[in-house]
Design a protein around this ligand. Structure first.
Ligand code: GCV
Length: 719
């Protein structure tokens, strides 16, 4: 007892010193993400200080240590006074966290029934009395579950929720929630706009960058439990013994936070590394090579998650190189990983050029015939839409067409086609559209969310991947607001039913401000941002009209890429008659890949949502839209509306000076200026170009372009 008191006194002093040092040292550079544990507003402090007085995390393990430290640091910071760690419940306001195994206090509560339903990662938070004292208990079946519970509890405080009568049970809806890093071994990041790779390969395994821990901690705080370290355009070197030592060092840092490592496997690795003459998946030597490689990996990284494979896509090798099928390839790798409980994430992003083909139908054609053929530890990873992470796409037809296959959506958090890290856009709204889309695969209500969370077809293994937007930039994502997309991805992966508003408001309060007016204004900006970006980039179902290669800025005229389907002209099909890609029965008919109610809905011009009009139809310039305006006028007004939104947002943001700290305020303001410049560029360049087909004047209310079409065509990235 005395020892316990002494320890808690020492802990108090240490925290007080830490706390003083921290508040001095913190600059507002965004590095702390949404885990800013600064003192909460006065109105919350009084009650929270009574409700939270000490932290009781019993037991010792890497995860329990992390859990204890997080609760102590966070509560001390949020309450503005030291909250000590204790070995027993000494007073009212104890926060007790752990599992029945790690904590006799939790075991004594006999919560077997409550915990039974929570699975390995869920948590139960309940206000109770322990040894006559009021306490909040965060209990779980695993230490990781308790850590997730602790982060949830902290989120409640950070967002000023009541914590007096807690009774919260949660478990993730999707099992594998992973960030995919398209990081190359030379430190560059494919489609990365926030600096270099976070993994410093040349310094590993000896030197561990503290950011690795920060990264794992941020992920754990939003429930992300997997990280693909290397680009899917893979370099086989990652599988060499040298690199596996480096990978193991990263895994050691991530492990306490429950983040498991995945690697992109280059399909031809048995030839490149093993000296085999072939990588044919049905060749026994090849199978053995992968089996041995899997064994070697699991020796170095016992909790390795598995392989992600981009096969026979954009020049990557794959089973089809040897006249074998995707199933042959995926199942061969699955067999190598199965003894270790590893999984294969096989990507459905496969598209071969054929005469008259429509890229939007390619993944379905390549993969759908294999429904029901993949091994039990294979997940088929399907991009949200059928083309490639456009500002808006209809949902991918595969979600409604593979009932016997474990499907896993792939979202892109990094903004390859969405203005890099220069444009403020909150992607939760876009992802909600995808989750909520009804595939009709098993009648009405068969939403994408229900397909991928396993509830529609009792899918055994579930998951979701987001292509990361993180990098070595101090603020992680290159733009303070784009941290919200990392946050939103994790939150929606945990619970795909959360509303965009809920996620936005949580994030704002944790990251920027508790000021109600400012929160409301920022939330509105975030919630409107996706529609606005679609307006100034690709309204009414237009898609892929960006510059070739880098995909930044408008270039609807672009037609010099070696593949037809990398050129904007392939997608918009503008001519003197009209605009858009006919994917109905009179055109490519890839609309037939959707279930009949969806197909009919999109095929009929009167029911097709205007947001997808030009995705599915080639529409005359003078077609009457629902507004009564003709297509050309409506299109032009969408572009103008997008620009107007950015202009208005800049003003609103300026008005928040004084509410937001000056450093982040100024940095966001600079990015908004770029966004406005780009929105104008988009409007003017695209409208001038399409005007050369429509031959119609700009409608009233649309500003005249400042340059000629030729000047826009000649423009490089630096305008
Ligand atoms: C990693 C698009 C991107 C590529 C990316 C590819 C993929 O084509 O432009 O950079 O490659 O998608 O998802 O594999």
């Amino acid at each position: 007892m005395r020892l316990a008191k002494y320890r808690s006194l020492v802990a108090c002093l240490a925290i007080a010193m830490l706390f003083a040092a921290a508040s001095e040292a913190q600059g507002e550079d965004g590095h702390r993400l949404w885990r800013r544990y600064d003192q909460l507003p006065a109105q919350a402090l009084t009650r929270y200080r009574i409700q939270v007085s000490e932290i009781v995390v019993l037991g010792k393990s890497a995860t329990l240590d992390v859990l204890r430290a997080e609760l102590v640091d966070a509560c001390s910071g949020l309450l503005g006074s030291p909250v000590p760690s204790a070995d027993e419940v000494n007073r009212d306001g104890a926060v007790v966290a752990g599992t029945p195994l790690s904590s006799p206090l939790i075991k004594s509560l006999h919560w077997e029934a409550q915990l039974a339903a929570l699975g390995p990662e869920g948590f139960y938070i309940h206000s109770v009395r322990l040894s006559t004292h009021r306490a909040i208990v965060i209990a779980a079946n695993s230490e990781l579950g308790a850590l997730y519970g602790a982060f949830h509890f902290l989120r409640l405080m950070q967002t000023l929720q009541p914590i007096d009568k807690l009774d919260v049970s949660q478990k993730p809806r999707l099992q594998l929630r992973m960030l995919d890093h398209w990081d190359n071994l030379d430190g560059s990041v494919e489609r990365g706009y926030a600096g270099r790779s976070l993994w410093n390969w040349s310094a590993l395994p000896e030197a561990i960058d503290p950011r690795l821990r920060d990264y794992a901690r941020a992920n754990a705080s939003i429930g992300i439990n997997g990280s693909l370290l290397n680009n899917v355009n893979a370099n086989a070197q990652i599988l060499t013994a040298d690199y596996l030592r480096k990978v193991a060092a990263i895994a050691d840092v991530f492990r306490p936070y429950g983040v498991r490592i995945f690697l992109s496997a280059r399909f031809s690795a048995p030839m490149e590394l093993g000296g085999l003459m072939t990588a044919d998946p049905l060749d026994p030597e090849v199978g053995t090579w992968w089996k041995n490689k899997a064994d070697e990996i699991y020796k170095a990284v016992p909790d390795f998650g598995g392989f992600v494979v981009k096969a026979n896509s954009e020049g990557q090798p794959g089973p089809r190189t040897y006249n074998r099928s995707h199933v042959d390839g995926a199942n061969m790798l699955a067999a190598a990983l199965a003894p270790h409980n590893g999984v294969v994430v096989w990507r459905a992003f496969v598209y071969d050029v054929k005469p008259d083909y429509d890229r939007a139908g390619a993944a379905y054609e390549n993969l759908q015939p294999f429904d029901g053929k993949f091994a039990a530890n294979v997940l088929l990873q399907v991009k949200n839409g059928p083309i490639d992470f456009q500002p808006r796409e209809p949902f991918h037809p595969l979600f409604g067409a593979m009932p016997k296959t474990q499907l896993m959506p792939e979202f892109q958090i990094t903004q390859e086609y969405l203005g890099f890290s220069n444009h403020l856009i909150f992607l939760a709204s876009m992802w909600r559209e995808v989750f909520d889309a009804d595939t009709y695969a098993k009648g009405p209500g068969s939403t994408v969310a229900k397909v991928v969370d396993g509830s529609l077809y009792s899918q055994h293994l579930t998951g979701i991947a987001g292509v990361a937007n993180t990098g070595s930039d101090r603020n992680w994502t290159g733009h303070h607001f784009l941290q919200a997309n990392w946050y939103a991805f994790g939150r929606l992966a945990w619970n795909p039913d959360l509303t965009s508003r809920q996620v936005a408001e949580e994030w704002i309060k944790m990251t920027f401000t508790h000021d109600p007016k400012a929160t409301a204004m920022i939330a509105r900006i975030m919630l409107e941002s996706h529609e606005a970006l679609v307006d100034y980039m690709t309204p009414l179902g237009l898609h892929h009209i960006m510059w070739g290669g880098h995909h930044y800025g408008p270039a609807p005229w672009w037609d010099t890429e070696p593949r037809a389907d990398w050129n904007p002209v392939y997608y918009h099909r503008a001519d003197e008659k009209g605009l858009g890609f006919d994917r109905t029965a009179t055109g490519s008919n890839t609309l037939s890949q959707y279930q009949p109610p969806v197909r009919d809905h999109f095929a009929n011009l009167t029911t097709c949502p205007e947001a997808f009009l030009l995705w599915f139809h080639h529409v005359p310039w003078d077609y009457r839209m629902r507004s009564g305006r003709i297509l050309w006028d409506e299109l032009a007004l969408h572009y103008q509306r997008g620009v107007d939104w950015v202009t208005a947002t800049r003003k609103e943001w300026d008005a928040l000076a004084g509410v937001i700290d000056p450093e982040r305020h100024a940095e966001v303001a600079k990015k908004l200026a770029i966004q406005e410049r780009d929105a104008i560029w988009w409007r003017d360049a695209v409208l001038l170009y399409f005007q050369s087909f429509s031959k119609r004047p700009l409608p009233e209310g649309v500003e005249k372009p400042a340059h000629t079409l030729e000047e826009y065509k000649a423009k490089s990235l630096a305008w």
